[in-house]
Design a protein around this ligand. Structure first.
Ligand code: 3H9
Length: 713
């Protein structure tokens, strides 16, 4: 993204009755960012306004209706080569904001749209903040998500404004809040509807010019107890550190550094705090973890613009969605589509009782949003009214997209497709929500196979961020771009994958899941297997993952994989034995683990008996991990070679968003690059020699090793 040049200033201002109305608009950029060039403009602007006797106060706005400031320019971080250079960048940002904070006249910021990172740090340096309750307004410090910390004074100013506890809550999670919550937390001083943002902000600047000073709310007794005295704060820091240790497994240094910057600043004062903050920012910005997280940020952005096939026409704007099948997946898709994309949803099932159940479940997704105050009562009522259903295809002719989510069986899916085409002869795109069945096979039943496509949602739909879109052999490009576009409107990160068994995510997960059985047969305990995966950085271990997915589902997928890929993906007998005993994982209250009251209670020791194995140590923990991870890497490399994903970027994003491959490792293909193909091949060969051909290194890795090459340039 080009930095604004001197010829096209990003900052402009005019003086109205003693108030300088300053507007930031980085021309030719979708969002405002604070680059070096913009920083220079800020300095010059504030210097001019400080010396202008006609200016009594400043009111600051963005020229972009849906974006305030998206933060410092992330592209500049990528170019930093040393910690010292990064520290200077941070100190420079602090210095600029210090100029704003010490500005001799009051400054009011009128915030609408994303006000993030350096953007919020700028707002924090102003004397007064007004936010509009526009749906795009979000305010926060997401730097942790990029492996850095708020380095332009955010670790100092936010705790002084809202207290250490609330500030750490936001900074350590890298959360952004909607305007209403930001107001409640005291991050902004006033909350207004969009049409009056400008006038209210200017009025606040004028009042401050006349000597009025905002009075900020106290934080109450509990606030004083925890934030207002050193002992309380010590407890807050201790609690936060403990939580971080549990959550990050020591794999992410940024939250610990941010905690230190906050603590140091509150103990030693603002200027010492700023120094420490800049040092820590410098160290973090050049870590491998931060590089990986920034790569993910850019890869995700690039995916947002991708239509899924080269030269595809623009997606059809879906306004009405048809859903066939009102079970768990169908209702999840319905509720999420309404909540995220505000479309009319028409659900169909074989009888009205089922439809009613599906509509109820879809509505629960909206109820949950209301409970979390993500939507207002009014929005909730409006969205609920968009859900309707019936036991026929009445109304489906108006849907630009229909998604079926019926039983995972080829003949059933084909039957539904035939019914749909019979009832809605001129129907538009038809998507099958399947995790394993080839789309081309489903489309064989179609009169118009060009409109048939796969959309593989992950369960639970409302929470899982990934969607795999699978064009069949004859799917029309416009249907691909429509499915991709709609998936994105549903808030999903979308990858387009080749129509092949298991697609991408289930394919590369198969060896990982299968290895559990081998490891247990050799005496490894469930705790060791899951524990090692979590230490590697997965959110949960593979055994827990299977319990969450459902062992019956996992068994079905495993058999499809076996039929398609043969012995290499031979599942072990374990999962089948548990399914036979009626233990399906979390949903049935028992799987490998026991569950009660919706909570995981610990390993169910009888699982070992059912499997006929005994946990007696088994392979060394390091080997457990190696076998789990190399299985994924080998299969991912093989699938890339077969063109299952369109690029290593899509493959890595799919693994990170699909099953939580540790983001700080950049995804399985980046991780393979980091380990090096030669080393991977050697390790796999050693495992294959000892444990069998399932570990034989695939041709793609061997080829990379021979050429000393990588997946990424
Ligand atoms: C920071 O502030 C550090 C400071 O504490 C200390 C410094 C010393 N930089 O996502 P979109 C680009 S760290 C550069 O599709 P949306 C993005 O790549 C920063 N580029 O739009 C894309 O480019 P392209 C902390 C940025 O409407 C285009 O803008 N801030 C930046 O879906 C459109 O983006 C963050 O982490 C940036 N800061 O969402 C916020 N931000 O068109 C990161 C965006 O060439 N940004 N771009 O592909 C976001 O979360 C979303 O972009 C936002 C808009 C919510 C703002």
């Amino acid at each position: 993204m080009p930095s604004p040049s001197r010829g096209a200033p990003a900052l402009t201002w005019e003086i109205q009755d003693g108030i300088a109305v300053v507007v930031l608009d980085c021309k030719d950029q979708p969002v405002n960012t604070i680059s070096r060039a913009v920083k220079d403009e800020f300095r010059a602007c504030f210097e001019t306004l400080a010396n202008d006797a006609n200016v009594k106060a400043v009111a600051f706005f963005s020229g972009k209706p849906e974006n305030f400031i998206a933060g410092a320019d992330i592209e500049e971080f990528v170019k930093l080569t040393s910690a010292a250079e990064a520290e200077r960048l941070s100190a420079d940002g602090q210095d600029m904001l210090d100029q704003v904070a010490r500005f001799p006249k009051p400054v009011a910021a009128g915030i609408q749209g994303a006000c993030l990172g350096g953007g919020f740090e700028f707002a924090l340096a102003c004397s007064y903040r007004v936010a509009s309750n526009h749906p795009k307004t979000q305010i926060g410090l997401p730097e942790i998500q990029l492996g850095i910390l708020p380095g332009a004074g955010g670790c100092q100013r936010l705790p002084r404004l809202v207290g250490a506890r609330a500030a750490l809550d936001m900074i350590l999670a890298g959360k952004a809040e909607r305007a209403e919550k930001a107001f409640r937390l005291g991050m902004v001083d006033e909350l207004v509807p969009p049409p009056i943002l400008r006038s209210i902000t200017i009025a606040a600047a004028r009042r401050m010019a006349g000597g009025w000073r905002p009075k900020r709310r106290g934080r109450g007794f509990i606030g004083w107890l925890l934030d207002g005295n050193p002992l309380g704060r010590m407890l807050v820091y201790r609690g936060a550190r403990k939580q971080l240790e549990d959550k990050t497994g020591g794999n992410y240094p940024a939250p610990f550094a941010a905690l230190e910057a906050v603590e140091y600043g509150l103990r030693h004062g603002m200027s010492e705090g700023l120094k420490r903050e800049a040092q820590l920012f410098g160290q973090l910005a050049v870590t491998d973890v931060s590089r990986k997280l920034v790569q993910i940020f850019f890869a995700t952005n690039a995916l947002k613009k991708d239509r899924g096939v080269d030269g595809a026409p623009a997606p059809v704007a879906v306004q009405r969605l048809g859903i066939v099948g009102s079970g768990f997946m169908g209702s999840g898709i319905a509720g999420t589509a309404v909540a995220q994309a505000t479309v009319d949803v028409r659900m169909k099932d074989s009888d009205l009782a089922r439809v009613a159940g599906g509509l109820r479940a879809a509505r629960e997704i909206l109820d949950d949003r209301l409970k979390r105050r993500r939507i207002t009562k009014y929005e909730h009522a409006r969205l609920v009214a968009l859900l309707s259903g019936s036991d026929s295809y009445a109304g489906f002719w108006r849907a630009e997209l229909t998604i079926e989510a019926v039983f995972e069986e080829l003949s059933v899916k084909q039957q539904v497709l035939r019914e749909f085409e019979g009832a809605v002869p001129d129907g538009a795109a038809f998507a099958s929500n399947t995790s394993t069945i080839p789309i081309t096979s489903i489309a064989e039943a179609a009169r118009v196979p060009e409109r048939v496509i796969g959309m593989h949602f992950f369960s639970p739909v409302a929470k899982m961020p990934l969607l795999e879109v699978i064009p069949g052999e004859r799917t029309a490009p416009g249907v691909v771009s429509t499915a991709v576009g709609f998936g994105r409107r549903m808030g999903k990160t979308v990858i387009v994958v080749k129509d092949s068994p298991g697609f991408w995510v289930n394919r590369i997960l198969a060896p990982y899941a299968n290895e559990i059985g081998h490891l247990m047969a050799e005496g490894a305990s469930i705790e060791t297997i899951d524990g090692m995966a979590v230490r590697f950085g997965f959110p949960v271990g593979p055994v827990t993952l299977l319990d969450e997915v459902g062992l019956d589902v996992a068994e079905k997928v495993a058999h499809v994989m076996l039929a398609a890929y043969g012995d290499r993906l031979q599942p072990t007998a374990g999962v089948a034995a548990l399914v036979k005993a009626g233990r399906l994982g979390r949903k049935s209250g028992r799987g490998f683990y026991e569950y009660s009251g919706g909570k995981k209670r610990g390993v169910d020791a009888s699982a070992y008996e059912l499997l006929g194995v005994h946990p007696n140590g088994g392979p060394r923990p390091a080997e457990v991990l190696q076998r789990l991870v190399l299985g994924i890497l080998n299969e991912a490399a093989r699938a890339v070679g077969e063109g299952v994903v369109r690029s290593p970027r899509d493959g890595d994003i799919g693994a990170i968003f699909g099953f939580g491959f540790p983001p700080f490792r950049g995804g399985p293909l980046r991780h393979a690059d980091d380990l090096g193909a030669a080393r991977l091949v050697a390790d796999l060969e050693r495992l294959a020699e000892r444990l069998g051909p399932r570990f034989a290194p695939c041709e793609v890795l061997q080829d990379l090793a021979r050429r000393n090459a990588k997946f990424y340039p």
